[in-house]
Ligand binder design. Structure first.
Ligand code: FAD
Length: 350
């Protein structure tokens, strides 16, 4: 069995550690932030400034692929998410009349919840595992390697000391900077493929009025034109977010940070008009994020892997256009894959 060192305690890092210990490995998670997700969801969601995870306060939907990993491998985590208020929605329920049933339809279920709901459920489960250690406020600042043309990562360093492991998992996210750690350890850089989406997201959170548990079923919650779009994200505990997507080339987009401008713009789209027309209570400022590239960073180049003993998962490996909602599904899938193969000799080609 392997001792797995995980850089980063976001969704991908927590899931990798949890899945690994449940397959008989031991795991240590190193998280730069001093704060851990807890049971106070609203406080952790609205009051926690997380510069390393800029998307944390943006709305998330979990696709059926994420739900499938959770239900199959981490059913207690999934049950805890539902207990915390996550809602299931079958994708075909958007239609007035369902299309003819096909095999696999039963998995087309979206999970409507803020990302913090998943992080909280994963953290609770991981804290209960005797073979897992969570180290908050301990950023990874170095990697240790054993030489050769393709160095093998044998451990990592933090301001508190060095740690040896059989496998290092890079779950440090889109702003993790593991490329610099690898370069400092003498590894050649891996190939990074990057494509700009040209999208900027502006979102604002609301709570449904008292006595209202569901928003309008119609219209469809995403509409768009050539220059902008609008989506409504129904979420846990009667919360919902309205998002306006604008092109990063639009010089006027900064005006959307003004709540009055934002709401006026959102109301020009059918879903924005329908949901804002409910008179919901705003819970946040307008939250903006840009720089939403598609990126693939596999720690390999044309000559093969640049290093052994280390694998990236989650946004450290790939981040995709968020309008497709794939990030958490890919992170959970990769975490599961790493946990299943962590026992293999990291130096072996398999
Ligand atoms: C606007 C937007 C909307 C999105 N919407 C969706 C959606 O609807 N559905 C969906 O599935 N996905 C969505 N995603 C993607 C999703 O948020 C991520 O893909 C997913 O959560 C995986 O994140 P992660 O754990 O890999 O990285 P992160 O959540 O970024 O976690 C990385 C962690 O590593 C820590 N860290 C970094 N460097 C170090 C270091 N050196 N030492 C120690 N710790 C370190 C950070 O502090 C952080 O906690 C969206 C993304 C964006 C940008």
């Amino acid at each position: 069995m392997a001792h797995v060192l995980v850089i980063g305690g976001g969704v991908a890092g927590l899931a990798t550690a949890l899945l690994a210990v449940r397959r008989g490995h031991t795991a240590e998670v190193f998280e730069r932030d001093t704060r851990a997700p807890g049971a106070a969801l609203d406080r952790d969601f609205f009051d926690w400034h997380r510069p390393g995870v800029p998307q944390a306060a943006q709305p998330h939907l979990l696709l059926g692929a994420a739900r499938a990993v959770l239900r199959a491998e981490l059913p207690d985590v999934y049950a805890e998410m539902l207990r915390l208020g996550a809602r299931e929605r079958h994708e075909l329920d958007w239609f007035d009349v369902r299309p003819p049933a096909r095999s696999g339809d039963e998995d087309l279920v979206l999970v409507q919840a803020r990302r913090i709901v998943l992080e909280s459920a994963l953290t609770t489960a991981l804290r209960a595992e005797p073979d897992a250690v969570l180290r908050y406020g301990e950023p990874v600042t170095a990697l240790t390697t054993a030489g050769g043309p393709r160095p093998r990562v044998t451990g990592l360093g933090t301001p508190r000391g060095g740690y040896a492991g059989d496998l290092v998992v890079d779950a440090a996210g889109r702003r993790g900077g593991s490329a610099a750690l690898l370069a400092a350890a003498g590894c050649r850089p891996g190939t990074v493929e990057r494509h700009r989406t040209g999208l900027a997201y502006f979102c604002r959170w609301y709570r449904l009025p008292d006595g209202v548990d569901e928003g309008p079923r119609r219209p469809w919650t995403v509409t768009g034109g050539a220059f902008a779009g609008c989506a409504v994200f129904p979420s846990d505990n009667r919360l919902f977010a309205v998002t306006v997507f604008a092109h990063t080339g639009d010089p006027t987009r900064g005006a959307l940070r003004d709540p009055a401008v934002f709401e006026a713009a959102a109301r020009t789209f059918p879903p924005g008009a329908a949901w804002l027309g409910l008179g919901a209570e705003p819970l946040s400022a307008v939250l903006a994020i840009a720089g939403l590239d598609n990126r693939w960073s596999p720690l390999a180049d044309g000559r093969g892997p640049v290093v052994s003993g280390m694998v990236p998962v989650g946004d450290a490996l790939t981040h995709t256009n968020p309008t497709l909602g794939q990030g958490t599904s890919l992170a959970l899938w990769a975490a599961d894959r790493v946990a299943r193969t962590a026992h293999r000799d990291p130096g072996s080609p398999g």
